[in-house]
Structure formats: structure tokens, C-alpha cells
Design a protein around this ligand. Structure first.
Ligand code: F6P
Length: 354
């Protein structure tokens, strides 16, 4: 058992519904179970660059935050203390300021840190751990693409939001006999797209894992027309690999309109595009996400109590466990193109554009 009196908590990377539930659970467990003091570090590891911005988190501070989206601590997906951009004599330079981050955490009296974040934040956590910081990780991403854990909190909420959008698009698509493209998040993996597509009864699902052609999509639209179905819903993940012939550089978030234009040209039908964007990152977490986030928060505190630093909590076979952060980072979990989910979708006539 390591001697712990005070822990710090920070949230880094893009936010996800359930972050506040993790913070609340960790603060409550730390105070009620272990009698530790808790310091809230604002805006990811940036908060340790300006330690005066950190503040104690009491039970009162976390009261009422369970159903709230976002993070009361703030977050950033920019700052990395190992490659930190600063201005020197009017010129932007990159510096390694990790030593001062570690020194500042000591100045604040923090004995160990809980880093709640995605792959990028966990990479930083691992590097800080290698430099001697006592740190444990809690995985987070709405994309659900971290290999080390079966599910990340935030995904279920994002999936509900995306499915609700596909449901709403359905009625207007059918009324107007249109093709509707719904672009969802998923930078490297198509989990939101395939699951919202299946849950919402989409007709075409485009994911980064399965190469597609516009011609196949248009053929599917024609097939539906031959059955008397005059509307088609296409769910597309933002991270799809655009066909070779579309030489221009891809920008995140811009694939939906391009698919829409190409399908309009290929079918001669009216097309409308909805980009869900950051709506998927907001809102009140679902009960599933609140429960998973609570379990993760408590488990992270227990890891610290056991002295299991350099570990990240995870869900495996529906049980909470832990893995080495170093083994978890950089390992993406993507949709298996031959897997059961894709096969089930194909079996009910869904098209992946291939
Ligand atoms: O990784 C989660 C994610 O929501 C991606 O799906 C998306 O590409 C990205 O974050 C957007 O991040 P930002 O907040 O920088 O726009």
C-alpha cells in the first residue's frame, strides 16, 4: 500500500457524456472510502502548468453533476506537456515542460493522479508515469475504439443521440422521397455509424473499415426503387476512406456533403445531408454510461489505494479490471468487416457500399 493523502483528477481530450459521473464517483470514493483529499485539475494536464487554477473538490462540488454532460473540470485536446507550444521572443517553439508539471503536482500536495481521457491523454499519462508520476487512467471516447476495454462510457449516449437522429430523418426522407445522408462521428472506427445504422434501420452504412464505391450505393438506391421504396437513408462515419479518384484532401466532418453530392449526381434524386457533429458529444449520459462511469471512477480510486500505478481501468467480460496503460495506448478497436455485426446487417439487406 502506498501512502496516499491527496489525489488529483483531470479530464483530457474531447469530452464525452459520463465524465462528470466518473469525477463524482472518484471524489466520493476517495473521500468516503479512503478519507483522502481530492484536487480538481482544470483543462487536462494544462491545469498543472498553472497549478494556482487547481482547487479542492469536496462532496458538495460533485453534488448534482451525475446527469450533466461535459466535464466540470474543463478539458482540452491540444496541450501535451511533452510537446508544449509556447511563444519565445514572438516565435512559437515546442518545449518539454513535463518536469514542471510533475513538480507542480508535488507542490499541490498531490500524491497520485487520475487521468480520465482517450488515447492521446493516456499516452501522456504513460509518459508521466515513466517519469515517476503516480498515475492511473480511466478510458474515455464516444467513438468506442479503444482495444483495452469492451466499452467506453459516452458511446452509449452518443449512440442514442445518433439513433434518435436517424429515426427523425426517416419520416422526412419517406415523406419527400429523398435520399438522406446522416454523418456521424467516428474518426478511425465505424462503431457509432454501424450501430446507429442498424438501430435506426438505415439502408446504407459507410464505415472506415469497409471500402465503398458511389456506384454500389447508387445501385442500392435503384434496387430499393425497384421495390417501390422511394427513399434511402445513408449513415456515414466521418472517418470513411474516400475512393481513390477523389483526390482532394479529406477534412474531418466534411465527408457527408461529398457523399451527398456524388449520390445525387449518380441517381438524379434529391439528396439532403445532416451532419450530427458535436451534438453526439453532449447531453445527459444514459443510465448505462452513468453506471459504467461510476464503476470506472471507483475502480480508479481502488487502483491508487492498491498502489497499482501505470494502470488503466477497463471493462472485460462485463467485469471491471485493469490493464497497463502502456499496453492500452495506440491499440485501436475497429469494426470487423467479417464480424457478426456486419453479417447481421448484410443479412437484412443493408448495404455497405461494397
Ligand atoms: O474522438 C472523439 C471525437 O468525437 C471524434 O469522433 C471526432 O473526430 C473528434 O473527437 C472531434 O474532436 P474536436 O473536439 O477536436 O472537434
Amino acid at each position: 500500500m502506498s501512502e496516499i493523502r491527496c489525489i488529483g483528477i483531470c479530464t483530457g481530450g474531447g469530452d464525452a457524456p459520463g465524465l462528470n459521473a466518473v469525477i463524482r464517483a472518484a471524489v466520493k470514493a476517495a473521500i468516503l472510502k479512503y478519507k483522502w483529499k481530492v484536487i480538481g485539475i482544470p483543462d487536462g494536464f494544462d491545469g498543472l502548468i498553472w497549478p494556482e487554477k487547481s482547487r479542492e473538490l469536496t462532496l458538495t462540488d460533485v453534488s448534482g453533476i451525475l446527469p450533466r454532460g461535459g466535464t466540470i473540470l474543463g478539458t482540452t485536446n491540444r496541450g501535451n506537456p511533452f510537446h508544449y507550444k509556447i511563444m519565445e521572443n514572438g516565435v512559437e517553439v515546442i518545449r518539454d515542460i513535463s518536469d514542471s508539471v510533475i513538480a507542480n503536482s508535488r507542490k499541490l500536495g498531490i500524491d497520485a493522479v487520475i487521468s480520465i481521457g482517450g488515447d492521446g491523454s493516456q499516452k501522456i499519462a504513460q509518459e508521466l508515469f515513466e517519469k515517476g508520476m503516480k498515475i492511473v487512467g480511466v478510458p474515455k471516447t464516444i467513438d468506442n475504439d479503444l482495444c483495452a476495454t469492451e466499452v467506453t462510457f459516452g458511446f452509449d449516449t452518443a449512440l442514442h443521440t445518433a439513433t434518435d437522429a436517424v429515426d427523425k430523418i426517416h419520416t422526412t426522407a419517406e415523406s419527400h422521397h429523398r435520399i438522406m445522408v446522416v454523418e456521424v462521428m467516428g474518426r478511425d472506427a465505424g462503431w457509432i455509424a454501424i450501430e446507429a445504422g442498424i438501430a435506426g434501420g438505415a439502408h446504407v452504412i459507410l464505415i472506415p473499415e469497409i471500402p465503398f464505391s458511389v456506384q454500389k450505393i447508387c445501385e442500392h438506391v435503384a434496387l430499393r426503387e425497384s421495390f417501390g421504396k422511394r427513399f434511402t437513408i445513408i449513415v456515414v462515419a466521418e472517418g470513411i476512406k474516400l475512393p481513390q479518384e477523389w483526390k482532394e484532401k479529406r477534412r474531418t466532418g466534411s465527408v457527408g456533403p461529398r457523399i451527398g453530392d456524388a449520390v445525387a449526381a449518380g441517381t438524379g434524386k434529391e439528396v439532403r445531408v445532416s451532419i450530427l457533429g458535436h451534438i453526439q458529444r453532449g447531453g445527459s449520459p444514459t443510465p448505462f454510461d452513468r453506471i459504467l462511469a461510476t464503476r470506472f471512477g471507483v475502480a480508479a480510486v481502488d487502483l491508487i489505494a492498491k498502489g497499482a500505478f501505470g494502470k488503466m481501468v477497463c471493462l472485460r467480460n462485463e467485469r471491471i479490471g485493469s490493464v497497463d496503460i502502456g499496453d492500452a495506448v495506440g491499440q485501436l478497436k475497429t469494426v470487423d468487416p467479417q464480424g457478426e455485426l456486419v453479417c447481421a446487417a448484410r443479412a437484412i439487406g443493408m448495404c455497405f457500399g461494397d
